[in-house]
Write a protein that binds this ligand. Structure first.
Ligand SMILES: Nc1ncnc2c1ncn2[C@@H]1O[C@H](COP(=O)(O)OP(=O)(O)OP(=O)(O)O)[C@@H](O)[C@H]1O
Length: 253
């Protein structure tokens, strides 16, 4: 399915946070959103997911949901959002409970997503027994369990150390390559954006507007450290963002 945003603006009280956002998230592609702190990236993702209603403009989801889709729009958050008293399998189970699945269907989905995220050996572990990277794998497994039409990811790796982040990035690339999904990925990290994005939207700030949308042609499976397009795009993105990032850095919270 694809997500279309037309003439989207959003204000909190008197403050306009996003203005005149028009964009399309194409089916089976990942769109990354980058921009300086406070430019409205998370707000834009919440508007896409229907967690907030835009002040003006519309968000539409077009096309046919994937077979077995239980929830068209699903989030992965930075803080994992796992229930500490439920084990890994039961945390995933949570999103299946209202869907009247048979016991066998339920088990099949849990086994499938645990295997795809390499968490099968930890199905009975509690979140406190898991590393940050493993917790985020559970959150990814839980998101995949509902076969979403669009996966909305809000800085999902930013709470992790750099090695774990790299491993999880590889996992996301592998998951997409095995079964392409439509995704929106918000990040501060330009290296992550050029690894994962088919398109990268750069937002400016006060209010957040689309500064530029950059398309990348290298297939995700070929995005390795020596890729020239990745490095050129990362530098181009940084040139666009550096003045606004510097200004954001000088402002009082
Ligand atoms: N519920 C809210 N009520 C009022 N203001 C808000 C609310 N949520 C966000 N804002 C403000 O809207 C602006 C955009 O916030 P948002 O979190 O979307 O930006 P961001 O680009 O995701 O920031 P960061 O990169 O720091 O995570 C900020 O100035 C923020 O303080």
């Amino acid at each position: 399915m694809q997500l279309q945003l037309q003439g989207l603006s959003h204000a909190y009280g008197e403050t306009t946070v996003l203005q005149d956002i028009n964009l399309q998230v194409s089916a089976g592609k990942i769109l990354c959103i980058v921009g300086p702190s406070g430019c409205g990236k998370s707000t834009l993702l919440r508007l896409m997911g229907g967690l907030e209603k835009p002040s003006t403009g519309i968000v539409t989801l077009q096309g046919t949901p994937p077979q077995g889709c239980l929830n068209p729009l699903t989030y992965i958050f930075q803080d994992f959002a796992l229930l500490p008293w439920r084990n890994v399998a039961d945390n995933i189970s949570l999103v299946l409970e209202d869907h009247h699945l048979s016991r066998a269907e339920h088990e099949q989905i849990i086994n499938d997503v645990l295997s795809r995220t390499r968490m099968s050996d930890f199905r009975h572990a509690l979140p406190r027994q898991l590393s940050g990277g493993m917790k985020q794998r559970v959150a990814i497994a839980r998101a995949l369990a509902v076969k979403p039409a669009v996966l909305l990811m809000d800085e999902p790796l930013s709470a992790l150390d750099s090695q774990t982040r790299e491993l999880l990035l590889e996992d996301l690339l592998q998951l997409w390559t095995a079964e392409p999904f439509t995704g929106v990925y918000v990040t501060h990290n330009l290296s992550e954006a050029v690894r994962l994005g088919h398109e990268i939207v750069v937002l400016s700030r006060h209010p957040g507007r689309i500064f530029e949308t950059v398309s990348m042609s290298t297939p995700l499976s070929e995005r390795d450290f020596n890729n020239a397009e990745m490095e050129q795009t990362r530098q181009h993105l940084w040139q666009m963002m550096r003045d606004e990032a510097a200004q954001a850095d000088r402002e009082l919270v």
